[in-house]
Ligand binder design. Structure first.
Ligand code: FES
Ligand code: FES
Length: 159
């Protein structure tokens, strides 16, 4: 074990002793019982593991816990506690945007970080924000419509 690291996780302070270069994703799933972020490639190639760190989408499969001191980490489990997250969850359900759903939590986290700062994004900007993500089911059309729906609902609101 390395020196203890403290950071904010979904609004609560946590302290962990990281095991060497243990990635955040492994700590979330195996030690903190937060299973929504998924392991896909482990190589920053698919986006299934995406979380928000200090407002930016980050791959948790390669980010070591030891680098998180003082950071604010948000995982998909916290989306229902935030108006932007709620708008996205509602929109994804309305559009039936998920197929198998494996990629969806990561996509939601990139969309969440994006819509926190973008008030009236066009489709090109949404596509660019979601570019790091793979969806093997081909649900891209529904996913884009869902993010557009959430953006429209949130347009002009305080985030
Ligand atoms: S599991 Fe992290 S990018 Fe694929
Ligand atoms: S919904 Fe199945 S991989 Fe995206």
């Amino acid at each position: 074990m390395s020196a203890a690291i403290s950071f904010h996780l979904n609004g609560a302070e946590v302290t962990l002793e990281p095991a060497g270069d243990e990635p955040l994703l492994f700590a979330l799933r195996n030690r903190l019982d937060l299973k929504a972020a998924h392991f896909g490639c482990g190589l920053e190639q698919c986006g299934a593991c995406m979380v928000s760190i200090d407002g930016q989408p980050r791959y948790s499969c390669t980010l070591p816990v030891s680098a998180l001191g003082g950071c604010h980490v948000t995982t998909p489990e916290a989306l229902a506690d935030d108006p932007v997250g709620v708008a996205l969850l509602d929109a994804f359900e309305h559009e039936q945007a998920g197929q198998c759903g494996y990629c969806i939590p990561g996509i939601l986290m990139s969309a969440y970080a994006f819509l926190k700062s973008e008030r009236r994004p066009g489709r090109d900007a949404i596509v660019a924000a979601l570019d790091p993500h793979l969806c093997r089911c081909g649900a891209h059309g529904g996913i884009l419509r869902a993010v557009e729906r959430a953006a429209t609902k949130l347009g002009g609101t305080d985030r």
